[in-house]
Design a protein around this ligand. Structure first.
Ligand code: ATP
Length: 306
């Protein structure tokens, strides 16, 4: 039993990595020779992206039948606008991003991109239209240039360099002993969370997708790094339909609409100012966060005094 469960666990591990890393899924599935749960409809057509409007209409979803995760979620991201999704841990925020990629099929409602149900189009065209900047980017054991070029494999050296500059990681790469040829990943140079996220941003800049899905890191970044990443993200999301799972106040303040998820339902929605005035769940979330930040700050000052 042990002999069998180890490889199964390992496959499970790889499988989760693929799901989370959103890497070259079809190819990986071919390699692993496991059946893909989601198949294209017979005669599925490629997604035709116009302005890039995203709609969730009464979406219901559960991973297992006994536990509903999304209980009828409706929201719209108009073309070029940004919607931030916030809410307590386990509320279903990442699930929303997995569903947009159609990693799972929903049990009720519809998800539309420019009016097309995502179940009616090819998965390849769907995933080509969406750029993902995950919380934790998986890097390949290869050069940093290869890792950036992954966003668009035919990109030239100059394009890779430009994308890195825009993603605010250019100077960091130039300072490495082997520059763009430096090996990264498990067997190479270890990058910090913020650096990996900027590699993902550079990839996305090369891919230039009409729709963006950002999953902000929950872990605290120092304020300088945070500003750099914010600047890079502002740049990629400009003029693109963007859904962001937001953990930073600066991101949500700038969002056109904020959706507060709780227990698989939309508890509140609106702009930052309107939600603060409402003094509900959203406002209390930020108050708690501010208290935590202030406490940290006091601790830091006290440490510096000692
Ligand atoms: P966090 O802020 O902690 O990342 P979240 O709001 O993104 O949380 P989700 O990851 O969407 O939450 O998960 C919502 C619920 O679905 C959680 O209770 C989680 O346990 C459950 N869940 C997530 N992935 C799976 C899965 N693959 N199989 C079964 N249940 C899952």
């Amino acid at each position: 039993l042990i002999q069998l469960s180890v490889p199964l666990n390992f496959i499970g591990f790889i499988y989760r990595e693929i799901r989370q890393g959103l890497t070259d899924i079809e190819q990986m599935f071919d390699l692993l020779d496991v059946p893909q749960e989601i198949v294209d409809k017979p005669g599925a057509k490629p997604l035709v992206v116009g302005s890039g409007k995203v709609e969730f209409c009464d979406v219901q979803f559960s991973y297992d039948p006994n536990r509903k995760i999304l209980k009828g979620i409706s929201f719209e991201v108009p073309a070029g606008k940004t919607v931030a999704i916030v809410g307590p841990s386990g509320a279903g925020k990442s699930t929303v991003s997995r569903l947009l990629f159609r990693f799972y099929d929903i049990q009720g409602g519809k998800i539309l991109i420019d009016g097309q149900d995502i179940r009616d189009v090819t998965q390849e065209s769907l995933r080509a239209a969406i750029g993902m900047v995950p919380q934790d980017t998986v890097l390949f054991n290869d050069t940093i240039a290869y890792n950036i070029r992954y966003g668009r494999v035919d990109a030239g050296e100059e394009d890779v360099r430009k994308a890195a500059e825009l993603a605010q990681i250019g100077p960091f790469i130039e300072r490495l002993p082997d520059g763009y040829r430096s090996m990264v990943g498990e067997r190479g140079l270890k990058l910090s969370g913020g650096e990996k996220q900027r590699v993902a941003i550079a990839r996305t800049i090369l891919k230039a997708p009409p729709i963006l899905m950002l999953d902000e890191a929950t872990s605290a970044l120092d304020s300088h790094t945070e500003q750099e990443i914010q600047a890079a993200l502002d740049l990629v999301s400009k003029g693109r339909t963007t859904i962001v799972i937001a953990h930073r106040l600066s991101t949500v303040i700038a969002a056109d609409e904020i959706i507060v998820l709780q227990d698989g339902q939309i508890a509140e929605r609106g702009t930052h100012a309107a939600l603060m005035r409402k003094a509900g769940l959203y406002a209390s979330m930020w108050d708690r966060q501010r208290e935590a930040t202030e406490a940290e700050e006091r601790l830091r000052i006290a440490r510096e005094r000692d």
